[in-house]
Write a protein that binds this ligand. Structure first.
Ligand SMILES: Nc1nc2c(c(=O)[nH]1)N[C@H]1C(S)=C(S)[C@@H](COP(=O)(O)OP(=O)(O)OC[C@H]3O[C@@H](n4cnc5c(=O)[nH]c(N)nc54)[C@H](O)[C@@H]3O)O[C@H]1N2
Ligand SMILES: Nc1nc2c(c(=O)[nH]1)N[C@H]1C(S)=C(S)[C@@H](COP(=O)(O)OP(=O)(O)OC[C@H]3O[C@@H](n4cnc5c(=O)[nH]c(N)nc54)[C@H](O)[C@@H]3O)O[C@H]1N2
Ligand SMILES: [Mo]
Length: 767
């Protein structure tokens, strides 16, 4: 671990620091040579899709596109370390429970299937046949298939996801919680009824033509580094880049492109944002409504578009005119002049794109906020024409594709009809559990078998204490995974850990080496093929694992499971038979870079109830948890805590303990806070505090308390009253009952909390 220090970083994002960091991580993972060779195949026409993020590749370049955090994701998978049954079995699970998330994953790639042995409290080696027999026995023993829950994380390929949802539906349930429930679910929920597609409408070509790109609640310098290349190019052309973020994020300010020889040699860099608005955490709805108000007041409307393509305009502007400015100013944390300035930048542009990330989605009113983004776009006809549109920037590299493949707890009946017809069975119709619902069901004893296709449910989900109780109540927990993580340590009465191939590895089946497909954030579907030798000879591919699990469990299935898993082209033919947009799938992916799925909104065809793009009217929310808690606790200072990613992690996978751009080294338990707020608390930067979250439902008098201990106070450029800290360490503070309306996404970006000095020896130790 690096030396612990807090030291302001004043360089650009990217640059030599990024190259140095990659060299360090490759070395750490023991993959200096193989890793470097592997990196050169990331996002190449004949290579694998980078497991880092869902940002699209520019026409699958023939030259290697450098990305620091993509490189770390690849290095983490291509690591030389091996978590054999001997390594994992050397400790009891009670002992493993003491290890950090970092230490768990640092054991390396899992090599063989393992089963939990309650007698010794250890995982031990098992065979694949025994593992599938155990799963089959437990699933068949359940009196109701709805007692089984099947989670998916977003790295799973289309082929694996399609087989997985088919298996689960033939088994008899729609219980498909997935990482999307905690991520961009509100984007889909907001977009589908308003513009007819639950996805973004733009492509990279639009980024070349936009005059104004608005970036809300997103930190691309860390989470989508390749996006900085597009933003930088746009800025160089003279486009305006307008950022809305409570924190000043270095990646949104300045960037030195490692691709650019001159910038690297001269230590030069390029500005990214032309304008930066540091609004309050959760202030976006008010800000966006204010921007819409200004657009209407200035009469800067595309009246032809509104008349021809939209519905609900009159109701929307009538309510908007009634909306006083004062509450908008108060809730946004910006001045009226700033809100007007932001709107004027938007008005001045001929073509605008709005991008957003988790800073928008993980709030109580996220769906309304995203619909306010849609309103803003509709007012000026910024949908369905070049250089304009909506751009929710997805997280996991195939999270969008998994949904397209049917990983959804509320499937459309047309999809189920077709699935049943193609495979000759009657799919279940009842909607299933999402992530919050699944935790609740396990807590209530209604969910008894938990199967996870990737991910780290125990660490990624809200309300850690409740989630762990839920998982521990299960009869059986099954994790299909590449690395050892928290979810394997917090297990059911019986437990299996089943290791699979990663994307960078050669996937050899009966008919030869196989490629899989993924869909990026801009609906481009393309092939991905690994080139490294598998981490162990015992690994199964995800499609083969699902096929064998299905063949063992479903005695009357007519699906040729093993034949499908022996030839992924055959799976793709079935996908094409079920999903009309995939007609000719196997031919289409032969084109370098693949093909784009049809996006009706980008053609100005509106597949909505009214047949038009829909304005949505939303009043200012009055039911905010922070306000409710502050009202009941007038004697203490209630802060709004937002939880985010450091530069050295991939969700729950912790690569290291530095957050270079925010000046944090060797620490993860930090809380960013305004210097004046530290003073008001009678504390100083460098002091240790405990964080207590307070939560009360609308109609309940009880205030629930949750606690996470020992965080270092870091003075930071963040609005007063707002705090930021890293996830997953802060997940114990997120109440299970607190989620966004409609989408049910945990509100991990607006948690009411109070701070208190940490007493006890740990503070001294850690400092
Ligand atoms: N290297 C790396 N890449 C990743 C990931 C990773 O962990 N590591 N995760 C992947 C996944 S699954 C996802 S979903 C994406 C996540 O990518 P992001 O959406 O960038 O995720 P966060 O780090 O949660 O950061 C959200 C940003 O929102 C800001 N923010 C916080 N609260 C608010 C608010 O109320 N309003 C506004 N306007 N801004 C706010 C924060 O300051 C931060 O800059 O990245 C993907 N890519
Ligand atoms: N407080 C708070 N909580 C959050 C968030 C937040 O911003 N704040 N963000 C939320 C978001 S946006 C998301 S997407 C979720 C993420 O939730 P998850 O998707 O469940 O979590 P990850 O950390 O991405 O999962 C990492 C694990 O995936 C496994 N894995 C990696 N590659 C593969 C593979 O190729 N195959 C298989 N089978 N397994 C693999 C490894 O075991 C690794 O440990 O967390 C959410 N939780
Ligand atoms: Mo995500």
């Amino acid at each position: 671990m690096s030396e612990k220090k807090i030291a302001l970083y004043d360089g650009p994002a990217g640059g030599w620091g990024a190259l140095k960091s990659v060299a360090h991580h490759l070395h750490e993972q023991g993959v200096a040579v193989k890793g470097a060779k592997t990196l050169l195949h990331a996002n190449q026409t004949d290579g694998f899709d980078c497991p880092g993020c869902a940002w699209p590749d520019r026409d699958h370049r023939s030259t290697f596109e450098f990305c620091e955090n993509g490189a770390k994701a690849v290095a983490a998978e291509a690591t030389a370390r091996r978590a054999t049954p001997e390594v994992i079995g050397a400790k009891t699970l009670k002992e493993w429970a003491e290890a950090s998330d970092y230490e768990l994953e640092a054991t390396g790639r899992l090599t063989e299937p393992m089963v939990y042995d309650a007698q010794t409290d250890r995982y031990q080696r098992t065979t694949w046949d025994a593992a599938f027999a155990l799963i089959a026995r437990e699933l068949q023993a359940l009196p109701d298939p709805n007692q089984a829950i099947f989670y998916t994380s977003g790295r799973t390929s289309n082929e694996a996801a399609f087989l997985y949802q088919l298996f689960v539906r033939e088994y008899g349930t729609n219980n498909f919680p997935d990482c999307s429930n905690m991520c961009h679910e509100p984007s889909g929920s907001a977009l589908k009824p308003t513009i007819g597609v639950g996805k973004g409408t733009v492509t990279l070509a639009d980024f070349e033509q936009a005059d104004c790109i608005l970036v809300f609640g997103q930190n691309p310098g860390t989470n989508h580094p390749r996006m900085l290349g597009e933003l930088r190019a746009a800025r160089k052309r003279g486009a305006r880049i307008v950022s809305f973020n409570p924190l000043r994020e270095r990646g949104l300010e300045r960037f030195a492109d490692p691709q650019n020889a001159l910038e690297m040699a001269t230590l030069g860099d390029s500005p990214i944002s032309s304008h930066y608005f540091q609004l309050k955490v959760g202030g976006d709805f008010a800000l966006l409504k204010g921007m819409c108000k200004r657009v209407v007041e200035r009469d800067a409307l595309d009246r032809d578009f509104i008349a021809q393509h939209t519905a609900g305009f009159d109701g929307f502007i009538a309510e908007l005119r009634e909306q006083p400015w004062e509450p908008l100013v108060e809730a946004s944390g910006l001045t009226r002049e700033q809100i007007e300035q932001a709107a004027d930048l938007y008005i001045a542009a001929e073509r605008s794109i709005v991008c957003w990330g988790m800073g928008i989605t993980q709030h109580r009113h996220s769906v309304a906020t995203i619909q306010m983004i849609v309103n803003l776009l509709l007012l000026r006809g910024n949908l369905g024409r070049p250089g304009a549109g909506a751009c929710p920037v997805r997280g996991h590299s195939n999270v969008q594709g998994d949904r397209t493949m049917g990983i959804y707890e509320k499937p459309a009946s047309a999809f189920l009809d077709k699935l049943g017809e193609v495979f000759g069975f009657e799919p279940p119709r009842e909607h299933g559990y999402d992530t919050v619902g699944a935790i609740q069901a396990m807590l209530d004893g209604k969910g008894k078998v938990f199967v996870a296709m990737g991910g780290n449910f125990a660490a990624a989900t809200p309300d850690t204490a409740a989630t762990w109780r839920a998982l521990r109540r299960c009869e059986l927990t099954v994790h299909i995974t590449t690395k050892f993580n928290r979810s394997h340590v917090v297990h059911g009465r019986q437990a299996l850990v089943l290791p699979v191939l990663g994307r960078t590895e050669i996937d050899m089946q009966a008919t030869g080496p196989q490629g899989v497909t993924v869909e990026d954030s801009m609906s481009m579907v393309h092939l991905s093929a690994g080139m490294n030798a598998p981490a162990s000879e015992h690994l199964l591919s995800e499609p083969m694992l699902v096929a064998r699990m299905a063949a063992a469990t479903l005695e009357h299935s007519r699906t040729p499971w093993l034949a499908l898993a022996g030839d992924y082209a055959a799976i793709r033919d079935k996908i094409a038979a079920v999903l009309p947009d995939f007609a000719g799938f196997n031919d289409k992916i032969k084109a370098p870079g693949g093909f784009r799925l049809r996006n009706t909104a980008s053609e100005r065809e509106w597949v909505t109830a009214s047949g038009r793009a829909q304005f949505s009217t939303h009043a200012m929310p009055t039911d905010l948890a922070v306000a409710r808690v502050a009202d009941r606790h007038r004697d203490v200072r209630v802060f709004t805590l937002t939880t985010l990613r450091s530069h050295d992690q991939y969700n729950t996978t912790i690569y290291g303990h530095d957050d270079r751009y925010r000046g944090v080294y060797g620490h993860r338990r930090v809380v960013f806070i305004h210097a004046d707020d530290i003073k008001d608390l009678g504390l100083k930067a460098g002091d240790w505090v405990d964080i207590t979250s307070l939560y009360c439902a609308d109609d309940v008098a009880d205030v629930q308390q949750r606690r996470a201990e020992r965080f270092l106070l870091v003075a930071y450029d963040i609005p007063r009253g707002c705090l930021a800290s890293y996830y997953p360490e802060t997940n114990p503070l997120v109440p299970l009952e607190s989620f966004s309306l409609v989408a049910r996404t945990p509100t991990s970006k607006s948690i009411p909390v109070v701070l208190s000095p940490h007493a006890g020896p740990a503070a001294a130790d850690a400092a």
